[in-house]
Design a protein around this ligand. Structure first.
Ligand SMILES: Nc1ncnc2c1ncn2[C@@H]1O[C@H](COP(=O)(O)OP(=O)(O)OP(=O)(O)O)[C@@H](O)[C@H]1O
Ligand SMILES: [Mg+2]
Length: 242
C-alpha cells in the first residue's frame, strides 16, 4: 500500500537555551509517515523521543526544519491554529497522562468531544463509556484520577485519545506502566483502531513486542535518526510505513 504521507519532516531541529548554554535536543531529523501505517520511535532515555513526538503533533515548535502534519505546514503556525488542526484529527497520549484531576474518568474521556461540540452529552458519555469498557475500566468510570492506579490512568488517557476517532494517534510509551496482560489489551486496541478506522499510529516505546508489531521503526540516538544496525542516517530520506 502506498498512501499519502500524513507526516513529513525535513531537517527538524530543536534547541533550548538554559543557564548552562544552548542544548541541541534534536538535530536534523528527516521522516515520512504514510496514512494508515504504524511507526515505533525507539531509542535510549534522553535521546529526544518525547521531544520529537511533541513536534510531530504540533504541541511544540521547532527551532529549524519543517513538519507537515495532515498536509499543513506547522512551522510558523500560531498555537491556536495548531490547536485547531489537532482538534478532532489528532489524539495524544502523554508519558505523564495529563488527566484533569477534578474530572472523573468518564468526564476526562468525554472532554475532547465536549470541546469539539456537535454531539450531545448523552452521546459523548455513551461513546466514552464504551471505550472505558474496552480498556477494562467499565467499573471505574466515576473515579477521579487520584483514585486510579498509574496503569488505570494510562488507560483512561488512551480512551481519551481515541474518543474523537483521530486520523493520527501519537502515544508516548502507551504501555509503559501496564502489566503484560493489560499492555497487550491496550496494544490490541490501538491496532484495531489502526485497522478499523485507518488511524495512523506514531508510538514511542521501549516495548519490543509493540515495536515489532509496527510497520516501521525509527531509532533516535542523541537527537539524530540512525538507520537500523549502527550506521548513521546520512541525511537520506528514509520512509517509514509501507
Ligand atoms: N525544555 C527543555 N529544556 C532543557 N532540556 C530539555 C527540555 N526538554 C527536553 N530536554 C532534554 O532533552 C533530552 C531529550 O528529552 P526527551 O524527553 O525528548 O527524551 P526521551 O527520549 O523521551 O527520554 P525518555 O525515554 O526518558 O522518556 C533530555 O536530555 C532532556 O533533559
Ligand atoms: Mg520520553
Amino acid at each position: 500500500m502506498n498512501s499519502d504521507p500524513v507526516i513529513e519532516v525535513r531537517g527538524l531541529c530543536k534547541r533550548v537555551t538554559d543557564a548552562t548554554g544552548e542544548l541541541t535536543i534534536l538535530d536534523g531529523i528527516d521522516l515520512t509517515v504514510r496514512a494508515g501505517s504504524s511507526v515505533a520511535i525507539v531509542g535510549a532515555s534522553g535521546s529526544g523521543k518525547s521531544t520529537l513526538l511533541g513536534l510531530l503533533a504540533g504541541l511544540d515548535s521547532a527551532s529549524a526544519g519543517s513538519v507537515r502534519l495532515l498536509g499543513r505546514e506547522l512551522t510558523g503556525m500560531a498555537e491556536d491554529e495548531r490547536a485547531a488542526l489537532r482538534n478532532g484529527s489528532v489524539g495524544f497520549v502523554f508519558q505523564s497522562f495529563q488527566l484533569m484531576p477534578h474530572l472523573t474518568a468518564l468526564e476526562n474521556v468525554a472532554l475532547p468531544l465536549e470541546l469539539q461540540g456537535g454531539m450531545s452529552t448523552r452521546e459523548a458519555f455513551a461513546r466514552s463509556r464504551a471505550l472505558l469498557e474496552r480498556v477494562g475500566l467499565g467499573q471505574r468510570t466515576g473515579h477521579y484520577p487520584k483514585l486510579l492506579s498509574g496503569g488505570e490512568q494510562q488507560r483512561v488517557a488512551l480512551a481519551r485519545a481515541f474518543v474523537s476517532r483521530p486520523s493520527v494517534l501519537f502515544a508516548d510509551e502507551p504501555t509503559g506502566s501496564l502489566d503484560a496482560a493489560t499492555g497487550h489489551a491496550v496494544i490490541d486496541l490501538m491496532f484495531e483502531m489502526n485497522r478499523a478506522t485507518g488511524a495512523t499510529l506514531v508510538l514511542v516505546t521501549h516495548d519490543v513486542d509493540l515495536a515489532r508489531r509496527c510497520d516501521a521503526t525509527v531509532t533516535i540516538e542523541a537527537g539524530r535518526r540512525v538507520a537500523h544496525g549502527d550506521v548513521r542516517d546520512s541525511g537520506k530520506v528514509e520512509e517509514a510505513g509501507r
